[in-house]
Write a protein that binds this ligand. Structure first.
Ligand code: TXA
Ligand code: MG
Length: 310
């Protein structure tokens, strides 16, 4: 159900949950002051309770209510990338951020999103938590129809069109004096290096039990279809996911991700393409991984590898 911004503000104030657009992906929003609404988000998504949530703010100043001091370089990062696709995880005053939001950790995650509708929402109701608006483990939603598919036609959705970035925010975690990447995303390590003066430590590519970002423990972004990226296209894959400039065997159904010259176009279509596979009942698809390893491409690769993992 599409709702107006006024209705979204009203529902959140009434301790309910609504879906809202951001520049990265759609989120499920509840006020940080309403634990029962936050619990409802975990239930709706079927999300493990040890996976903490990001608190979304209207501006940098609002972070002051949650901390007694801010880590080194916090302001440089926030001023460079907020509003935008960067999440900063910092130590907080535990009484200021409910346990359920930070999964009992001593730190909490914050982001100032840039989408004008979500900005209006936060200005109207105060800080909100917003995990991605998808069932846990499945691809995130980048248009209102995706949210409707996962949560039903009656679910209240603030429709903000198609998300500009198309993949989630980069999560940076303060570890003493330095910042480490917990999750790759819309802002690249190279952009971060320009602000920090050093390359932030990257997340392990191994499956580990205690990752910096608890969410990284779980299978993610995954369609029902099995994704393959062997060097050669297996015969049993009827579908090929690739780039507009390239030729693929004519006996395969081609799904175009975007242009090899434009990673932004690819990020924007990634989840859409994964969701299309399920809509069409595809069981096996081959995906062309012959693309660069740097910048936004690294985030795209990480999403594909996670989505393909068993
Ligand atoms: O782009 C985004 O970040 C979207 C939009 C809606 O803002 N939100 C999003 O939320 O992707 P979610 O819940 O799907 O992913 C949040 C990630 C998870 O991997 C979680 O483990 C991590 O952030 N995270 C949250 N709080 C944390 C904390 N205190 N310490 C470490 N990681 C944290
Ligand atoms: Mg998510």
């Amino acid at each position: 159900m599409r709702i107006s911004i006024d209705k979204a503000i009203q529902l959140i104030k009434e301790r309910d949950v609504v879906a809202a657009p951001t520049e990265t992906v759609y989120g499920l929003a509840a006020s940080i002051e309403h634990p029962e609404a936050i619990q409802k988000i975990f239930t709706l998504k079927n999300r493990p309770t040890n996976n903490p949530l990001i608190t979304h703010l209207a501006n940098i100043d609002q972070v002051k209510a949650f901390v007694d001091h801010l880590p080194k370089d916090f302001h440089r990062l926030a001023e460079a990338f907020w509003p935008g696709a960067l999440t900063l995880v910092i130590p907080v005053l535990e009484d200021a951020v409910p346990d359920i939001i930070r999964a009992n950790l001593r730190s909490a995650a914050f982001r100032v999103p840039s989408h004008p509708l979500v900005q209006k929402l936060i200005t109207g109701v105060g800080p909100i938590v917003m995990p991605s608006a998808n069932l846990s483990g499945k691809p995130s939603s980048t248009i209102a129809e995706h949210v409707e598919h996962d949560f039903g036609e009656d679910f209240p959705i603030l429709d903000g069109g198609s998300c500009e970035t198309g993949i989630e925010s980069t999560v940076l975690i303060a570890d003493g004096e330095v910042w480490k990447v917990g999750r790759l995303g819309g802002i690249s390590p190279k952009q971060i290096e320009k602000v920090l003066g050093y390359w932030p430590e990257m997340p392990s590519t191994q499956v580990i039990e205690n990752p910096l970002c608890p969410g990284q423990m779980y299978r993610h972004y995954a369609p029902n279809a099995r994704l393959h990226f062997d060097t050669y296209i297996p015969e049993y894959c009827p579908v090929v996911i690739g780039f507009s400039e390239r030729d693929y065997p004519p006996n395969k159904t081609l799904k175009v991700l975007g242009s090899i010259k434009d990673p932004q176009s690819v990020a924007r279509r990634l989840y859409h393409t994964f969701r299309k596979l399920d809509e069409e009942g595809v069981t096996d698809a081959w995906i062309d991984m012959d693309f660069p390893v740097n910048d936004l491409w690294a985030s795209i690769r990480e999403r594909i590898v996670k989505a393909a993992s068993k």
